[in-house]
Write a new protein. Structure first.
Length: 334
């Protein structure tokens, strides 16, 4: 995975001055909704109304995407944007949702490229139709090749390496990295980075992230079979909370650490059942992706100059600093 200059993160300064939460309920796969938001940043654009499609690979019930959507809502409310959100974890179906947005002649599209090959055709069609496309969350290595204007997210390989280094410092020897969707580029990159940064032994365990009882039983069986595993690494908050139960059920002494946050995960860090989490700031990703399309439409701005991503992470949340994050997690924005 290519490395990027962290200086690119400075491009966010002009667009993140006043972020506040905007309440919304979680969307489900393939469904659409208009999300206007009511609690936005102070002031509201007087520019002409525009429509932006936000299309993700979110799986139903994954609270991570609630944070993405709330950030997008806040930007939409501030920028006088009609936000149309849709999602589907199946790559082909997600591409169809992007095509629907093109057919509706939206003013801009923000999408996740968890399976980049599936997005090639529709991104090209959007460009041909004169619709700007920005990427966020997944697809850092592919956004420029796909022809997107900008990208907002975390360098997952670098985040994984930092994660592994922290585990080595803590004395872990044998880690299992739990991947809830095989072939998803961001998740695979996290575990690949972990392997680079960790001095001990690592192995991947693939589970079905849409079936939490199956996740629990698969991980429990793995821990029972191999008592040398002293570290469980998960790639999402719901998986992490389930992993805590698996460790208990297996009678294992393994510790649990994870990527990504939600309200319950913050409580688990405070309580000590989760060691730490890597926060890529999904609210910020959703906000910046939508706001970027407004800036491009109204002022021709392109964050990162169209050549460098805007990095939103990684940031480690531990028991030492979790209280400073907790108040935002309580509002549902971290």
């Amino acid at each position: 995975m290519r490395r990027h200059h962290r200086a690119a993160a400075l491009t966010t300064a002009a667009v993140v001055g006043a972020l506040l939460a905007a309440g919304c309920s979680s969307g489900s796969g393939g469904k659409k909704s208009e999300a206007g938001g009511t609690d936005a940043a102070a002031g509201k654009a007087t520019t002409p109304r525009m429509t932006v499609a936000l299309v993700t690979h979110a799986a139903p019930g994954d609270t991570f995407w609630d944070l993405i959507r709330k950030g997008a809502q806040a930007a939409a409310a501030k920028d006088n944007i009609k936000l149309v959100y849709s999602s589907d974890p199946v790559a082909g179906n997600q591409a169809n949702l992007v095509q629907n947005a093109i057919d509706q002649k939206v003013d801009g599209i923000a999408l996740t490229a968890a399976k980049p090959d599936a997005m090639k055709g529709v991104v090209a069609k959007a460009k041909a139709a004169g619709i700007p496309v920005v990427g966020f969350n997944s697809g850092l290595d592919d956004w420029k090749e796909l022809g997107m204007l900008e990208y907002f997210g975390q360098d997952e390989n670098i985040a994984g390496q930092a994660f592994g280094e922290r585990l080595s410092q803590a004395g872990a020897k044998h880690a299992v990295c739990v991947i809830q969707e095989q072939g998803q580029v961001a998740l695979e990159a996290r575990c690949a980075g972990l392997k680079k940064g960790f001095k001990g032994t690592t192995e991947n365990l693939y589970v079905n992230g849409t079936d939490m009882p199956s996740v629990k039983s698969t991980l429990t069986a793995k821990l029972q079979k191999d008592s040398s595993i002293d570290q469980v690494v998960t790639l999402g908050a719901p998986i992490a909370l389930t992993a805590v139960q698996s460790v208990k059920d297996a009678g294992s002494k393994a510790k649990v650490a994870t990527f990504d946050l939600n309200k319950d995960l913050v409580g688990a860090i405070q309580g000590g059942s989760i060691e730490f989490a890597v926060d890529q700031q999904p609210y910020l990703q959703g906000y910046l992706a939508v706001d970027a399309l407004w800036l491009y439409k109204t002022n021709g701005n392109v964050s990162g100059g169209g050549t460098a991503p805007v990095l939103t992470g990684p940031a480690f949340v531990t028991k030492d600093n979790v209280d400073s994050v907790a108040k935002f997690a309580e509002k549902g924005t971290r």
